[in-house]
Design a protein around this ligand. Structure first.
Ligand code: NCD
Length: 347
């Protein structure tokens, strides 16, 4: 069985790892369905959730998943403000301290979940950590958000009953998203998936990702208008324009220019009643990783209650997928702890 210890990058989610995680997710989903609130799988385990960026779904589903498994949680939702990181402490020192790099049996955290604006933060943490590190979203462009990718794939499987032979449109900001580019690479390992990339100028899927798809002989199309491609898609994955990342771009002029282009063309990337209607052909199911911008309304309020607009269901799968992930990495940590106990002590 393929093992998972840290989860810092999406490529660690190989199809084999995903298969194991999904089996466990299904099991937890069944428990939750019959009303389980407190299991004992992670009893006595301490989980730290350390976030340097805002979050609604990811933070609270990790919290709820930990508690449901019987773990205790230390939550630091504004780590950059309300911890010693605000006093110029390095990420590495914090992680070393929490994970017991000083005296192993005096560690505070058994698993650390981290969200951070820098793309390599989780990997840096994993390099020094004595316990599993889970990346809950690090960086924007060139970033990774493997736990979202995991829940997306679980959702597609729930929607379609399979993870192969389907067409999917990724819509919106495919450049600054930390979800879409690595998710596309991962999905390209499953047979028969056709990709449609629908993004405004300046927000298109990065060239290196497209080159990789071409090398693998994977078929994809790019479009400037959702209406053109949606009749051919089984899934419509709508995303938000990452304004928070644009604001942090070094080149302010470029950021302003990009926003202008988006504002001018955004009608082509929005789920409207008309798009819904023409997506009847393949009964396209629409989802969105959240948050949906209440200002830009990339999913228009008029279609929210429509039966194939299923982002609320999509968000819900965050809970059982995270339970599966936590119990998997904890199993790996237990094996490591046991192994270290039987190692002869060094003179
Ligand atoms: C995403 C993120 O934080 O990258 N949200 C999430 O975790 N569900 C997407 C976004 O911010 O638009």
């Amino acid at each position: 069985m393929e093992r998972l210890y840290h989860l810092t990058r999406t490529e660690q989610l190989t199809p084999g790892v995903i298969k194991n995680l999904f089996q466990l997710t299904e099991r937890y989903e069944r428990f939750l369905k019959v009303g389980a609130k407190k299991l004992t799988d992670l009893e006595g385990v301490r989980i730290h959730i350390v976030f340097f960026e805002e979050s609604t779904r990811t933070y609270s589903t990790f919290y709820a998943a930990s508690e449901t498994l019987g773990a205790s949680v230390f939550g630091l939702p504004e780590a950059g403000k309300f911890s010693a990181f605000a006093k110029e402490e390095s990420l590495e020192h914090g992680i070393e301290f929490w994970s017991g790099a000083g005296i192993p049996y005096l560690r505070c955290a058994d698993i650390i979940i981290i969200r951070h604006p820098e793309p390599d933060a989780a990997e840096r943490a994993a390099r020094v950590s004595k316990v599993p590190i889970i990346n809950a979203g690090c960086g924007g462009e060139e970033g990774h958000h493997p736990t979202q990718v995991l829940l997306d794939l679980y959702t597609f499987k729930k929607f379609l009953g399979k993870l192969e032979n389907f067409n999917i449109a990724f819509v919106g900001d495919l450049r600054f998203s930390r979800i879409v580019p690595p998710e596309v690479i991962l999905l390209s390992q499953y047979p028969g998936i056709k990709f449609y990339f629908v993004a405004p100028e300046g927000f298109k899927l990065p060239e290196n990702i497209k080159a990789l798809l071409r090398n693998r002989g994977i078929s994809f199309e790019e479009s400037d208008n959702l209406k053109e491609v949606i009749p051919d898609c089984h899934i419509g994955y709508i995303t938000r324009i990452q304004k928070n990342r644009l604001e942090k771009l070094g080149n302010k002029k470029e950021a302003k220019e990009l926003l202008k282009i988006y504002q001018k063309t955004k009608g082509n990337f929005v789920l409207t009643p008309e798009v819904y209607q023409i997506s009847e052909r393949l009964q396209t199911i629409f989802c969105h990783p959240g948050p949906i911008s209440a200002k830009e309304k990339e999913i228009q309020p008029e279609v929210e209650g429509f039966p194939r607009v299923r982002f609320l269901e999509h968000w819900s799968y965050g809970l059982p997928t995270k339970m599966a992930l936590l119990s998997t990495v904890w199993q790996s940590q237990r094996e490591k702890d046991n192994f270290e106990k039987i190692l002869p002590t060094r003179e």
